[in-house]
Design a protein around this ligand. Structure first.
Ligand SMILES: NC(=O)c1ccc[n+]([C@@H]2O[C@H](COP(=O)([O-])OP(=O)(O)OC[C@H]3O[C@@H](n4cnc5c(N)ncnc54)[C@H](OP(=O)(O)O)[C@@H]3O)[C@@H](O)[C@H]2O)c1
Length: 356
């Protein structure tokens, strides 16, 4: 039997925070002990102030829990086994390093620290071995805790689909155009007036995140440090009127030519994320990549909950001489695989590897 680990959520009222609540309210290893919010909502009962906006509403005592004010020292004093952060990056960049120095182990969705060479940026099926740089982080910064980061949502979905292609054929260059759900912008991110009957061809900071984080996630590990992959990534990111699920049109230039479309589809669907083999992580989907062969799939509404929202769905795979490799359409759930679900999977991995 696995011992129960005490966990808390920072930013529990936001969209990612709500996903964390939904996943952690029935997790086999983690016991949800505390919820933190902004100072404005602290002291109120969760159920009275949360603007619940996701499809899965757990039947739980959690609605009666009093929200706590985010005070780093008080969080450290609670000695949680792990703390999940769904804070805006401006807030996270101030409090996460302070808490980690005081001994808090943090799995965070915020973008601060993601590219620091001693901070694990984990997409577990792709780069579980990078988890060990938490040791470099503790040693070099003199922290008693650590911070591990969940990648940007679009990047997590993209790199999961690229990994088997990279292993089999070698990926040289990737062009990607995305159609991203409104939930990716948070509870107050995009107004109905802005997005209804519309597409917004710009998401601040997103293209840069996809371009640089992909190289870290697909990079190597040498002497406790990540070496960036030489893969070149160029992204155009757009916001579309879809609730959940980011769709990505991907063009990948490959070093070796695949034999056929069917062969590429098999390489993708046979990917099992071997780095997690034998670890039995509860949130790891049985099939990290699901391939659809119909002409009109994947679709956000029909396919985003594949593997409980933890699988990416790849369709429209074609060999493409213009791209010098393959083109395909990739879909993933942005607040599950792209955020809270991946965060919980990372914490499970860190526990199995002895960091919790
Ligand atoms: N949405 C996605 O698909 C997605 C995917 C990947 C990563 N992320 C990242 O995950 C983080 C959360 O995203 P989100 O979409 O959930 O945002 P959100 O809906 O805007 O939620 C933000 C949360 O942070 C809390 N907060 C704001 N200011 C605070 C403060 N000064 N002190 C303490 N708590 C504070 C809010 O509490 P109140 O309700 O009390 O204001 C709320 O719980 C962001 O860094 C985002 O970039 C999001």
């Amino acid at each position: 039997m696995v011992e129960t680990l005490r966990v808390a959520i920072l930013g529990a009222t936001g969209l990612v925070g709500q996903r964390f609540v939904s996943i952690l309210s029935h997790h086999p290893w983690f016991s949800l002990e505390a919820l933190y919010s902004s100072p404005e909502k602290a002291g109120a009962r969760y159920g009275d102030v949360v603007e619940w906006a996701i499809d899965d509403r757990p039947d739980s005592w959690i609605w009666r829990v009093k929200l706590r004010k985010l005070d780093p020292e008080a969080v450290a004093g609670e000695k949680f086994d792990v703390v999940f952060s769904a804070l805006p990056s401006e807030v996270a960049s101030k409090v996460e390093p302070v808490m980690a120095r005081m001994g808090v182990r943090i799995v965070s969705n915020a973008s601060n620290l993601r590219m620091d060479p001693d901070v694990p940026l984990l997409n577990p099926e792709v780069n579980a071995e990078h988890a060990s740089i938490a040791e470099t982080q503790i040693a070099s910064r003199g922290w008693r805790g650590w911070v591990a980061k969940v990648p940007n949502c679009t990047t997590a979905i993209l790199t999961l689909a690229l990994k088997p292609l990279h292993d089999e054929y070698g990926v040289k260059r990737v062009l990607v155009a995305t159609m991203q759900a409104v939930s990716g912008a948070g509870l107050r991110g995009v107004s109905a007036v802005q997005i209804t009957d519309n597409i917004i061809p710009y998401i601040r900071g997103e293209e840069e995140k996809v371009e640089r984080e992909s190289r870290k996630i697909l990079g190597g590990l040498e002497e406790g440090k990540i070496t960036l992959s030489p893969i070149q990534v160029s992204a155009t990111t757009t916001r579309v009127p879809v609730l959940d699920g980011h769709l990505e049109a991907v063009f990948a230039e490959l070093e070796e030519e695949p034999g056929s479309r069917g062969e590429v589809e098999r390489v993708l669907e046979e990917f099992r994320g071997n780095k997690l083999r034998g670890l039995n992580l509860p949130s790891a989907p049985e099939r990290p990549i699901v391939v659809r062969r119909e002409h009109d799939r994947p679709q956000p509404r029909l396919d985003r909950m594949e593997g409980g929202g933890m699988s990416v769905v790849v369709g429209r795979v074609r060999l493409d001489p213009v791209a010098g490799g393959v083109k395909m359409v990739v879909l993933g759930h942005n607040t599950i695989r792209g955020a809270a679900g991946n965060g919980v999977l990372i914490a499970e991995l860190m526990h199995r590897l002895g960091y919790l």
